[in-house]
Design a protein around this ligand. Structure first.
Ligand SMILES: CC(=O)N[C@H]1[C@@H](OP(=O)(O)OP(=O)(O)OC[C@H]2O[C@@H](n3ccc(=O)[nH]c3=O)[C@H](O)[C@@H]2O)O[C@H](CO)[C@@H](O)[C@@H]1O
Ligand SMILES: C=C(OP(=O)(O)O)C(=O)O
Length: 424
């Protein structure tokens, strides 16, 4: 079994380079199916298991896909299949994002039901209601959601009950090839939405208002493959900001768009971390003594849920009581039990975690419960007494490229081992 072993107590120094954003590249790869002509060349793609899963799904749908390290070439000009099988959809919920392109291009799709996942139930009724407004009908049969449109999707006015990232992405992809104009009100405003809109517009799409709560999409007849460079991963960057803060070390983070991290930066400043920007790089300079803080996760531009567990690790190292409130996913606190087994003092009251910080953390054998908690447990290990062993690394590999290697380069005492490497 693979695990990361980290011995706490070392300071970090030096610089670390951020990869392309997982949560941007997955919808972009799904959107490459919209192009009935030409190839899409996507660069700055992180080498993650989620990217391989989506590349496999595109191939099963009969697109030609070539993955060459951080470059992915997709040619979807073939006649595609509209059937997304359970094995891939169940591996990764982002697979649901092929629904929009398939409905937009073919007026039909059969996508396996994704089910819930460890962090919460993750319903998709906002996606389906939006497509219904555009003329689609849905049937659930043998574990598949079958969507059908008579002719093409029709432009419509859609008001989302909640600014769902996935629903906004799915609907904007479908609307890009719809007949007429679609307006999405209460749209998600995440930077990954803007990156997707930029890609679709470069393919010949007509999307305006991405990054605001009101998007307008003028449907076009067809889209053509294009080149695109994926934005840097704001969550990976935020994770390394926390690595600097938790070890009270100054490091440089390269390839960051700091505006994408406004809420994280502003919270870290409140806690006692300074930032010095230099173009695409940022120096992270924490005070020796940090302050406790209360944090509530919210849709962008609020504090991202994907940084909640890493901030919890940081707040454990800070004297005083902090309250972390999770409003996006009802079950995204599974790391609390793991932190408590490291001598943390965290109690849960509904969707609030009350963190009594400043206790010495003790190294322990802990289990990653989702990809961000995997990173957060490693971060806690950087300052725990003795050895922390983090298992279930399949979660980490979904979202972080060479996480232990990057930390080791910054000076952490960390290694990744498997039973085979120990036998050698
Ligand atoms: C708003 C938000 O922070 N979304 C996060 C969410 O995106 P993701 O696209 O996975 O999730 P959504 O934004 O759609 O979901 C956010 C919330 O809306 C609810 N919901 C969603 C769709 C729907 O049809 N019905 C419904 O009730 C979900 O249960 C959840 O409580 O997970 C990603 C991975 O962690 C993050 O990168 C996104 O930032
Ligand atoms: C939970 C995450 O991703 P996914 O929605 O793909 O599970 C994440 O990026 O933190």
């Amino acid at each position: 079994m693979e695990r990361i072993i980290v011995k706490g107590g070392r300071k970090l120094s030096g610089s670390v380079k951020i990869e392309g954003a997982k949560n941007a590249v997955l919808p972009i790869l799904a959107a490459s199916l919209l192009a009935s002509e030409g190839q899409s060349v996507i660069r700055n793609v992180p080498e993650l298991s989620d990217v391989s899963t989506l590349a496999d799904l595109l191939s099963i749908l009969k697109a030609d896909v070539e993955v060459d390290k951080t470059k992915v070439i997709v040619d979807a000009s073939n006649e595609l299949s509209t059937h997304a099988p359970y094995e891939l959809v169940s591996k990764m919920r982002a697979s649901m994002l092929v629904m929009g392109p398939l409905l937009g291009r073919y007026g039909k799709c059969e996508v396996a039901m994704p089910g819930g996942c460890a962090i919460g139930s993750r319903p998709i009724e906002q996606h389906l209601k939006g497509f219904e407004k555009m003329g689609a009908t849905f049937n659930t049969m043998d574990g598949f959601i079958e969507g059908k449109v008579d002719g093409r999707l029709k432009g419509a006015k859609i008001l989302l009950d909640f600014p769902s990232v996935g629903a906004t992405q799915n609907l904007m992809m479908g609307a890009a090839l719809a007949d007429g104009i679609t307006v999405i009100e209460n749209a998600a405003m995440e930077p990954e939405i803007v990156d997707l809109a930029n890609y679709i517009n470069r393919m010949g799409g007509k999307i305006s208002g991405a990054g605001t709560g009101r998007m307008r999409i003028v449907g076009v007849e067809n889209l053509i493959g294009t080149k695109h460079q994926v934005i840097p991963d704001r969550i990976e960057a935020g994770t390394f900001m926390v690595a600097a803060a938790i070890t009270r070390s100054e490091i440089e983070i390269q390839n960051v768009v700091i505006e994408h991290l406004s809420a994280v930066v502003s919270k870290l400043e409140e806690i006692g971390v300074r930032f010095v920007e230099d173009g695409e790089n940022v120096r992270v300079i924490p005070n020796e003594v940090l302050k406790s803080a209360d944090i509530k996760t919210l849709p962008h531009p609020g504090f991202p849920t994907d940084m909640q567990s890493q901030m919890m690790a940081l707040l454990l190292s800070v004297e005083g009581t902090s309250i972390l409130t999770e409003t996006i996913f009802e079950n995204r606190f599974m790391h609390v039990t793991e932190f408590n087994s490291m001598n943390a003092d965290i109690s849960l009251q509904d969707n609030h975690a009350v963190i009594r910080g400043g206790r010495e953390l003790h190294g322990a054998r802990v289990k990653a419960t989702d990809l961000r908690s995997a990173a957060a447990l490693v971060l806690a290990g950087l300052v725990a007494e003795g050895y922390t062993i983090v298992t279930e690394l399949k979660h980490l590999d979904r979202g972080y490229v060479n996480f232990h290697g990057k930390l080791a380069k910054l000076g952490a005492n960390i290694e990744r081992v498997s039973d085979e490497s120990e036998d050698e």
